[in-house]
Ligand binder design. Structure first.
Ligand code: AMP
Ligand code: GLY
Length: 433
């Protein structure tokens, strides 16, 4: 079948790489893609939010399956657009409609959803601009650190963790009154701080049944030892030592099942990925957030651990036929190290060219890259996602860093400690099984 994948990051290169391996895939197109996706399929210069042009392209190329990578087109309603156009309604699509994508698009909606369906999560209250006085009064009774969340999409920047009540007051004023994040902070959640260790769990569901993909740990901060500002993610590791089978059984029973049942009860059809951001607090799972898509850079680690034919699973998801499907996962470790433009997550320079000819032995997924005059150049903050795969965490990390050391451009930056915390946890667990 002909497949169209929407997006342009490392997540999309990893998805494209995995989709390409399927014997069910004839032609693979990526809109708009990057220099890496061009190696496994054909890039198409259509923006992810240009639904009419994407629709025309699907008809022109006889696309059977559309896979939506990023959240923005989902929140803007790409599924609703395809379903409501008679000529497009037959096309299979992986990704929820507008209603389901609200799980990511509105933190107020997702918090109410979790509370309504008994999904464990941090306590929170939502305030609007006209309630700013009440918000300030509420803060007085909160125990710091205090978590403030803009309700809407804010390019990953909408969460502020304030160490003191005074700073939280300042931040809430900036968000609610000065509209720091525009309409996204027209509503703000004041949330209890969860003290634990984070992991990302991924589910592919057709709204009735589901398969659970390998879990991963993301490294969100720019600096080693989790210091400095938040980023989109500077690395990923799968599997995660502190997410053993007993913990994952709790996640399935307490989080995944109530989430799928909740969608059904609320009459929200959902065909696509659910990315559950979890905090492990003393071996109990709490949901920090839902996303209506796969994670980035987690996908670049997770895809390398799936042995099943991904297209078969995606097709079954889009058709509502996941019931008798299972997913086969290999026991190898995957360690992904992001190579970023110097200066990211703030300002950075683009169009530095670099070579990849000696980039072995790990897999090189492109994130923010473009082709220029027959060279690859950096075109975004996160540029490459280098994934090592091996039988141990140490070996996989070594493989990734060996490859990282063979690639360079001006001001390149990467974290040096991806996986080290998990290696320490593994050692401790092995000492006290
Ligand atoms: P989000 O944008 O919801 O992914 O939040 C960004 C980051 O803020 C998360 O990855 C966590 O590290 C942190 N965070 C969010 N909510 C909480 C919470 N209730 N307690 C502690 N940390 C949180
Ligand atoms: N890596 C976190 C995210 O994709 O949102």
């Amino acid at each position: 079948m002909n497949i169209l994948l929407i997006g342009s990051g490392g997540r999309e290169h990893a998805l494209a790489w995995k989709i390409r391996q399927s014997s069910r895939c004839s032609n693979l197109y990526i809109a708009p893609g990057n220099a890496g996706t061009a190696l496994v399929g054909e890039n198409v210069t259509i923006a992810a939010d240009n639904f009419p042009a994407l629709g025309r392209f699907c008809l022109d190329k006889k696309i059977i399956l559309v896979v939506v990578g990023p959240e923005a087109p989902l929140v803007q309603g790409i599924r609703d657009y395809f379903e409501s156009a008679a000529a497009l309604a037959h096309i299979l699509l992986v990704g929820p409609g507008k209603a389901g994508a609200l799980l990511e698009g509105s933190k107020d909606f997702s918090k109410q959803f979790m509370v309504r369906h008994g999904v464990p999560t941090a306590k929170a209250r939502t305030f609007q601009a006209h309630e700013s006085a009440a918000a300030l009064a509420y803060l007085e009774a909160c125990k710091p650190p205090i978590v403030l969340k803009a309700d809407g999409l804010a390019a990953g920047k909408g969460v502020i963790i304030s160490p003191t009540i005074e700073e939280a007051k300042q931040a809430i004023h900036e968000m609610l009154v000065e509209k720091k994040f525009g309409e996204a902070s027209a509503k703000v959640l004041i949330e209890e701080f969860l003290d634990g260790i984070e992991l990302s769990v991924f589910v592919l569901t057709d709204g009735e049944d589901y398969v659970i993909l390998p879990e991963a740990k993301d490294y969100k901060r720019i600096g080693d030892d989790d210091t400095g500002p938040n980023t989109g993610g500077m690395g990923a590791v799968s599997p995660v030592a502190f997410a053993g089978s007993a913990f994952m059984q709790k996640v399935e029973a307490q989080v995944i099942v109530p989430t799928i049942n909740g969608l059904k009860k609320d009459g929200i059809p959902y065909k696509g990925f659910i990315f559950i951001g979890l905090m492990n607090v003393n071996d109990e799972p709490f949901v920090i957030e839902y996303n209506a898509r796969m994670g980035d850079p987690e996908t670049e680690a997770v895809m390398t651990r799936i042995d099943s034919d991904l297209v078969e699973l995606l097709e079954a998801c889009a058709k509502g036929e996941l019931k008798n499907k299972s997913i086969s996962i290999n026991p190898h470790y995957a360690v992904t190290v992001i190579m970023a433009s110097g200066g990211y997550p703030d300002k950075f320079e683009k169009e530095y060219c670099f070579g990849l000819d000696s980039a072995t032995p790990a897999r090189v997924f492109h994130a923010g890259t473009a082709a220029k005059d027959n060279h690859v150049v950096n075109a975004g903050g996160r540029v490459l996602a280098i994934t090592g795969n091996a039988s141990t965490l140490e070996k996989a990390a070594h493989q990734a860093y060996e490859t990282v050391s063979r690639i360079s451009w001006k001001d390149v930056y990467y974290r040096k400690d991806i996986g080290q915390d998990l290696a320490r946890i593994e050692k401790a667990l092995n000492r006290n099984p």
